[in-house]
Structures are given as C-alpha cells and as structure tokens.
Design a protein around this ligand. Sequence first.
Ligand SMILES: C[S@@+](CC[C@H](N)C(=O)[O-])C[C@H]1O[C@@H](n2cnc3c(N)ncnc32)[C@H](O)[C@@H]1O
Length: 312
Amino acid sequence: MQDTSINASFRDDLIEALRRTPKSISPKWFYDERGSDLFEAITALPEYYPTRTEATLLARIAPELAAGIPDGAALVEFGSGASAKTRILLDAAPQLSAYVPMDISVEALDAAARRINADYPALEVWPVAGDFTHPISLPDEVAGRPTVGFFPGSTIGNFGRDGAEVFLRTVRTLLGERASLIIGADIVKDRATLERAYDDAAGVTAAFNLNLLERANREAGADFDLDAFAHRAVWNEALERIEMHLVSLKPQVVRIAGQAFLFGEGETLHTENSHKFTEAGFEALAAAAGWRLGRSWISPAPEFAVFVLNPP
Ligand SMILES: C[S@@+](CC[C@H](N)C(=O)[O-])C[C@H]1O[C@@H](n2cnc3c(N)ncnc32)[C@H](O)[C@@H]1O
C-alpha cells in the first residue's frame, strides 16, 4: 500500500486548534479505527438520511453513470471509507480495470480494499493511504489509463468554500485533463431534518464526536475529561452548514504534552462543518475550480445530489 503523510501531526494540529479563538479542529481527525466504525454505524441510523438517499440515487442512475466511464478506466475514490457505495458503480461498470481507494483511515482502507479484492477478482485494487488535503499522487500502476474520480458522502461539504475549490482543482490536476468526477453533495433543507441527522436519539453521533477527545487522550497525551464535554449539532442558516461542536460543561483546564488550555463554561471546540449546497451554488464552485457541471440528479426529499463534473 502506498503511504503518504498520515497522522504525523495529530498532536500538533490539536495544540494549534486549542490555541485558536474560537477553538476549532479539522474533522479528518475523527477517523481513527473506532471513528471509522462509528461513522459506519451513523450511516445506518434512521435519522441519518444522506447515506441511504445517496445510495438509492446512485443505484437508480448507475447505468447512466456507467455509460460515461471509458473502457479500461481506473476509478479513483477520495475518502473511500468502507467502499460500500463503490460497489454500485463497480457492478454497473465492468469495463473498469482498476480501483484506487484513498483514505486517511488506514485500518478502514485496508479492510475495504481486501473485501473489494476478494469480491471483484478481475479488478486491480491499488489503495492509497493518505491525507487528500496534502499533495497526493496516483499509483504508478494506473499511469496511462483513463481515470474517473468518485467523491461520494458529501465529504466535499467538510471543506470551507476556499478549501473545496482548492480540493476540486487539485483533483483535476491529479486525474488528468480528460477525467470526469462523480460527486455526491447534500442539498440545503429544513433545519429539523438536518439537526436530527447530526444529533440522533441513540447518541451514536455524540459518541463519534466525543471519540475525538478519547483519541486525543490515547494518541496525543491529552487529559480531556469526557464527562465534562457534550455533543452539539446546529444548523447555521447564514453559512448553509451544520456545525458540530464539543461544548465544555464547566470551566476547566486541559493539558496536552505539558501545555495547559483553558475552557470556559459553554465554550466549544468546533469539530466539523458539513456544508449543504444548491445546484447553482455547486455549479459556481465547480466552475471556479476549472470544472464544468455536466449532468446532475437530485433525489426526492430529503434531497441529495449526484453531480458529474467534466472538463470545461
Ligand atoms: C463522511 S465519510 C464518507 C465515507 C464514504 N465515502 C461514504 O460515502 O460513506 C468521510 C471519509 O473520508 C475520509 N477522510 C476524511 N478526511 C480525509 C482526508 N483529509 N484525507 C483522506 N481521507 C479523508 C474519512 O476517513 C472517511 O472514510
């Protein structure tokens, strides 16, 4: 497996996050082995509509997506996780010769790559463990093949506007001038549906959010008191994003590697943004990054979109 720049800097990032005002950290640190397992549990929750809705939509449009995939192409997936939705494309497009899953969670990537290898013996599988916000390259083995990008799960929504544009531009360079990109994006909708999806009754999303602090204690030498923080998910209508926070339930001091950080009562560590899109907004974002919006499909409510981006 190709390995780029994983996990070298969790502690440094955490220290920087806690020095900021307001305190905020990248959601990429959610995905240790337990975080990836918790995310998979979230995808099955009744309140969490995105995974189900996107998978149903992908299954409906798979023949149309497959028709746009060249013979012998390599499918390159960003943030592939369990590679579950990938199977919909692999089943519909047997002309694919290779699959390149990329993820920061080495354990999840490794397990998914092994399962895909076993279930699709004619397909070459070349996993890339790495952080796609850092420079990445494709495995030499797929050089010269046509490429198609796949970025489901509305993971694009975890970037800010500038970060999303930079990412989409980087992907275009990585995949090559003639590549297309199939991308799943969640659509702006009513507050109640959104907030329920990120604050489920069973508390799985809360456990996912709090796992960041457990990971900090395990891997970064922090001493977070897990009972003194609570999960909060709130729809920020002006910025069209769900925000996840960890709220300090009392004034407290957290220590990491000999450094002390003060939390006031009610102060939060902002752990994730999940931006929601309109079709017009997404088209403008894609254009700014050098892509042209080709086809788009939007599911019935709760609305979720699959867009195909093409070269301009
Ligand atoms: C919201 S989940 C989506 C998983 C899957 N694609 C789906 O649609 O269900 C985000 C995935 O992206 C991965 N990820 C998040 N940030 C990443 C980064 N900076 N570099 C590489 N992978 C990342 C996570 O490990 C996780 O598997």
